[in-house]
Ligand binder design. Sequence first.
Ligand code: G6P
Ligand code: MG
Length: 216
Amino acid sequence: MPKAKAILFDLDGVLTDTSEYHYRAWKQLADEEGIPLTREENDAHLRGVGRRDSLMYIIRGRQYSEDKIQEMMKRKNDYYNKLIEQMSPKEVVAGGRELLQEIRQAGLKSAVASASKNCRIVLERLQIIDLFDGIADGNSVVNGKPAPDIFVFAAGLVQTSVIDCIGVEDADAGIEAIKTAGMYALGVGPKERFKRADKVVPTMENIRLKDILADA
Ligand code: G6P
Ligand code: MG
């Protein structure tokens, strides 16, 4: 690909470990409803997936009214909000703030492409909101990951063609979204998690711009 001009980051599980809080909130709900939910299922089916689609996976095969579905989504979100209440700038992944500053200094654009409607609250708590040129969140598009929409929207926010963007994701659904959008995809997590990532790093901890740009 030509030299990258923008880097588009997923939030939960990439820039901070809120994917753990999403899991704990779903787990509490599932326990209360007597529905089995394991960490492995979470990683394989819920990571990066929107609120309603996540609940649909958890309750699959069971019949619930729309009112009950709405109540369960709200309950999970209340648990999640309780968990993120205490978040502080310390919860940015190690080296994350420096990476974002480095991107800016290098004259590249950066944006967030998160499926979460809580994205802005988390960015505010982490105090990194000003380090991005654009924020695409759970309110931005209708079709969630693995649809490419959120990454295409984020590319538009930073005035960059998809071909010049690198997307960074911890979820396979997110890597699918990035590849379908026509971008270079950097996966964060175990190699086995991703089918179509162009490159994989085990963690974002202390990742520098040169690590992202190498081979891109
Ligand atoms: C992100 C997380 C998912 C979460 C989704 C919706 O993609 O990785 O775990 O389900 O956002 O988040 P929300 O905060 O709107 O429920
Ligand atoms: Mg994620």
